[in-house]
Design a protein around this ligand. Sequence first.
Ligand SMILES: [Zn+2]
Length: 115
Amino acid sequence: MIFMAENEARDIGVDVNPPEEPCEDKNCPFHGELPVRGQVLRGVVDSVKMDGSVVVKKNYFHYIPKYERYEKRSSDYSAHLPPCMDIEEGEKVKIMECRSISKSISYVVIEGGVK
Ligand SMILES: [Zn+2]
């Protein structure tokens, strides 16, 4: 067991700026016990209406060989939002894969204000 200063953000093993505010959410990767692994995705926050979670939209291009063009596609991801992060709609964020927190949520927001 590693002891650390109270409320100090844990190193989650990914190169991100940890949140400055502390929180008491056990599903927070920085201040709680939620392990994160797998994919890291960047996207734009589409909705913050739900309590404690956000919808992140990822836009990408898909190549169509017949027309030698790209078409726009997008995927929506529901992600858990720890209370220590202050995220607004339209903000670019990084989300990371974690265990399933609920039926449709298996990602957690790990960084806001991504350029
Ligand atoms: Zn936190």
